[in-house]
Design a protein around this ligand. Structure first.
Ligand SMILES: Nc1nc2c(ncn2[C@@H]2O[C@H](COP(=O)(O)OP(=O)(O)OP(=O)(O)O)[C@@H](O)[C@H]2O)c(=O)[nH]1
Length: 439
């Protein structure tokens, strides 16, 4: 749709232009993969001159498709199915089968780094989807626009669980699927806002509780005592605490530390906090009877007001959980500006938009190992946003595919991404994409 609109704009522009020389020049601009001197000089200034790097560029400034306030269009960017491959499992397999426990610390760090990146991207995708979807019917009912301070309701929700229990996936699902607006920011190392959901008059902030080390007894480890103590004491700050665990894993290989955590949280009363138990990853459990068995196992834990069987990834049961949380909210002004998108989120969205367009145009031709980096992000004085991203490949053949004939592919990717970013950020965007060959 958007390409068509851009093409339409270009055709109108052309039909009003009669100078054939001008047309020819313009077209050579449009399709040229060669950087245009002025823009390129600016675009590469942050890079220095690396003789080993060859590049081709798209610069949105060369294509004067006028900015229009495109509003909150309903769009459906075809979401590519993401590999659900979890590198932790690969690591575990290597460790068990090949005994590579400590073989490669660097590799582990790299994997962790990749996982972090993937999480950021997942969040960005969810936010992007939400931003593009616009408010759905349910949200329109409650219209959060202009909800007065005295009518606002808020709730803080902490999520606790072992690594891999699915805390992020659940939050992303809740925040991403029903978001009227979103923001995400880091507070301290122990309080990370996982996401903010604003729906109707209610805003729910989800907090991660990282850094909680458990001993076999289910109590905090003495290692890193100060750090973990502050993390543990922070748990009480939330009005609702979600204790989440991987029920599929529990059925096959129960982890005593997780069981103790569930028991501890379910027995220790806290009159100021409601606690719920979430049996996550139910989609992986084949025999649903097994779920009842697990529910039975924890039925005497009176500290939990409710038990939810959910799939944070696929969404089953999440609606009930969300409704429950909405009901718990207190009359209190919102903590977060629902329309704030943090810069970090915006940056990730910009990468994600380009990545999606890339996948649309190069499909499987481009392996996932192509480097994709945000090189520059600037708020310009005229109110526009300058975004520079580089696609880095080691192979000339890949560079050619990305650039396309006379730069047509990178040009198209750039045009579409630029327009999409304008409509998401509601401002003029100056996008520069460079395909670089690193020898
Ligand atoms: N099948 C299935 N997989 C899930 C579900 N929830 C999470 N996962 C997967 O489990 C893995 C861990 O999920 P995360 O959401 O990252 O878990 P986390 O608790 O935030 O992990 P840490 O950040 O390590 O504490 C990911 O590969 C998810 O895709 C679910 O409901 N069903």
């Amino acid at each position: 749709m958007k390409v068509r609109r851009a093409i339409r704009l270009l055709s109108t522009f052309f039909s009003n232009t009669h100078d054939p020389k001008f047309k020819a020049n313009f077209l050579s601009h449009f399709y040229s993969a060669q950087p245009q001197i002025d823009h390129f000089a600016a675009a590469t200034s942050s890079f220095g001159t690396d003789p080993d790097i060859d590049s081709s560029a798209f610069d949105s400034a060369q294509f004067s498709v006028p900015y229009q306030n495109l509003g909150n269009q309903k769009q459906n960017p075809q979401q590519k199915s993401q590999p659900t491959w979890d590198t932790k499992y690969r690591d575990e397999v290597n460790r068990r089968i090949f005994g590579k426990a400590n073989a490669n610390k660097k590799r582990r760090l790299k994997i962790e780094e990749e996982e972090k990146e993937e999480k950021k991207r997942t969040l960005a995708r969810a936010l992007l989807q939400a931003a593009l979807d616009g408010p759905d019917e349910e949200e329109e009912e409650g219209e959060d626009v202009g909800v007065k301070g005295e009518d606002q309701k808020s709730l803080s929700v902490g999520i606790i669980g072992a690594p891999n229990a699915g805390k992020s996936a659940l939050t992303n699902y809740m925040v991403g699927s029903k978001v009227a607006a979103v923001s995400r920011k880091m507070n301290t190392t122990t309080h990370e806002v996982l996401g903010v959901m604003t729906k109707g008059d209610t805003q729910i902030c989800f907090f991660d509780t990282p850094g909680l080390m458990l001993k076999k007894s289910g109590y905090p480890s003495r290692d890193l005592k100060a750090q973990t103590e502050s993390a543990w004491s922070s748990i009480d700050l939330y009005e609702v605490l979600i204790v989440i665990f991987d029920v599929h894993r529990h059925l096959s290989r129960p982890d005593s530390r997780v069981v103790r955590l569930i028991e501890r949280m379910g027995t220790e009363p806290n009159t100021k906090q409601k606690r719920v138990l979430c049996m996550n990853k139910v989609d992986l459990v084949e025999r649903k009877k097994d779920l009842l068995k697990v529910a039975e196992e924890f039925k005497d834990l009176l500290g939990y007001e409710r038990v939810f069987m959910i799939s944070g990834l696929k969404g089953s049961g999440v609606k009930d959980l969300t409704e429950y949380l909405m009901e718990q909210a207190f009359k209190r002004p919102w903590d977060e500006d629902p329309y704030t998108m943090s810069e970090e989120v915006m940056k990730n969205i910009s990468l994600e938009v380009v990545r999606e367009r890339l996948l649309d145009y190069v499909h499987q031709e481009i392996p996932y190992n192509i480097g994709h980096r945000l090189m520059d992000w600037k708020d310009l004085r005229n109110g526009s946003l300058r975004i520079e991203q580089h696609l880095i490949t080691h192979k000339e053949s890949q560079r050619k595919i990305l650039v396309g004939k006379n730069g047509s592919k990178i040009g198209r990717i750039g045009m579409e991404a630029n327009e999409e970013l304008r409509s998401i950020f509601k401002r003029e965007v100056h996008l520069i994409l460079q395909v670089r060959l690193k020898r």
